[in-house]
Design a protein around this ligand. Structure first.
Ligand SMILES: [Zn+2]
Length: 298
C-alpha cells in the first residue's frame, strides 16, 4: 500500500473515532442529571366554577411552587413540567411525556368533599385537600421518575408509585407527615363510603382499590414508626394481622428506595428541603372560604 493512502486511511479512522467520542460526550452532557429540574405552571381556568381553586392554589398558597422546591433535590436528565389545567370534565391527574397534569376538576372534587370542621378523628379540613393533592402529585412524580431514570419496578407500577409517595411523606417533618397521611386516608375512607363495593371489573384494574390503597398507606406509616403512627393505624382500622408485618414491608420498600432512587437525590439539598415546614395553617373550611372571598375583593 502506498504510504499516502495509508496515512489517509489512518486519518479517516482517527476522524471517525474522534467524532464518535465527541458525539458520546455531547450526549452525556446533554443528558446530565441535575437538581432543580421541575418547572410549574398554572393555566387560568375558563370555567368560573374553578376560579376559587386557582386562587387557593396559585394566588393564596403558591402550592405548585412549594412542590417544585420539595422536588428540587431529585436529579433528573430533563425538565419535568407540573401543570394545573382543566381536563374536559375529568377529575383526574396524569403523567405523560414529561408533563404531570393536575386537573381542576380533581382538586374541586377534593374541595367539595372537605369537612366543615376538624373531624372526630382530629383531621383538619385543609388536610383532606392538601393530603390527597400532594399524594397524587408525588404518585405522578414517581411515574415520571420511573420513566426518566429507567427505574426497574417489580410488582405493579401503580403500587410502586403509591409506595414512593408514602415513603417521601415519611421523610418529612413527622408532624406534617402525620397530617398528610391522615388527610389522604380520610379521602380514601370517604370514597369507600360513598361508592358501592368494587365490581369484579375494578379488581382487574391496574390500580389497587381505594380500600387497599388506604390500608397500604397506613401500613407504611405504621411500619416506619410504630410508636408515632399506632393511633393513626388503629383509627384507620388497619387489622392487627397486617400491623404485625408492616415494619418488614417498610424495610423492603426502604431498601428499594435507597438502592434505586437515593442515588438520584442531592443529599444536602434533600436534608434542607425535606425538613422544612410545608403545610398551611390548620383552619376551618369557613375561614378558608372567607379568606378566598377577601382575596377576590382585592
Ligand atoms: Zn398512577
Amino acid at each position: 500500500m502506498n504510504i499516502n493512502v495509508k496515512i489517509l486511511k489512518y486519518s479517516f479512522a482517527l476522524a471517525v473515532s474522534v467524532s464518535v467520542l465527541i458525539a458520546a460526550l455531547v450526549m452525556t452532557v446533554f443528558n446530565e442529571e441535575k437538581t432543580n429540574q421541575v418547572s410549574v405552571s398554572y393555566v387560568r381556568p375558563e370555567n368560573p366554577e374553578y376560579l376559587h381553586i386557582y386562587t387557593l392554589l396559585y394566588e393564596k398558597n403558591h402550592s405548585l411552587k412549594k412542590l417544585q422546591e420539595l422536588l428540587s433535590p431529585f436529579r433528573l436528565p430533563w425538565t419535568l413540567v407540573i401543570v394545573l389545567n382543566e381536563c374536559d370534565g375529568e377529575a383526574d391527574a396524569m403523567y405523560h411525556d414529561g408533563t404531570i397534569t393536575i386537573c381542576y376538576e380533581y382538586v374541586n372534587e377534593l374541595w367539595n368533599a372537605m369537612p366543615a370542621n376538624t373531624t372526630k378523628a382530629g383531621i383538619e379540613p385543609i388536610d383532606t385537600v392538601v393530603g390527597p393533592f400532594m399524594d397524587t402529585i408525588l404518585h405522578e412524580f414517581a411515574h415520571a421518575l420511573f420513566d426518566y431514570l429507567d427505574i426497574p419496578v417489580l410488582g405493579r407500577e401503580e403500587d410502586a408509585a403509591d409506595q414512593f409517595s408514602a415513603y417521601l411523606y415519611l421523610q418529612l417533618d413527622p408532624a406534617e407527615a402525620r397530617r398528610l397521611i391522615m388527610g389522604t386516608v380520610y379521602t380514601y375512607m370517604v370514597e369507600v363510603e360513598n361508592t358501592a363495593p368494587p365490581s369484579l371489573e375494578e379488581f382487574a384494574g391496574e390500580h389497587s382499590t381505594s380500600e387497599q390503597r388506604r390500608f397500604n398507606l397506613l401500613c407504611m406509616a405504621y411500619g416506619s414508626n410504630p410508636e408515632h403512627f399506632k393511633d393513626v393505624a388503629i383509627r384507620g382500622e388497619l387489622p392487627k394481622y397486617r400491623m404485625d408485618i408492616c415494619e418488614e414491608e417498610y424495610e423492603l420498600i426502604e431498601l428499594a428506595y435507597n438502592t434505586l432512587i437515593t442515588p438520584h437525590i442531592d443529599p444536602e439539598l434533600a436534608e434542607k428541603v425535606f425538613n422544612k415546614k410545608w403545610l398551611p395553617k390548620k383552619t376551618s373550611r369557613m375561614l378558608i372560604k372567607q379568606d378566598l372571598n377577601h382575596l377576590k375583593r382585592h
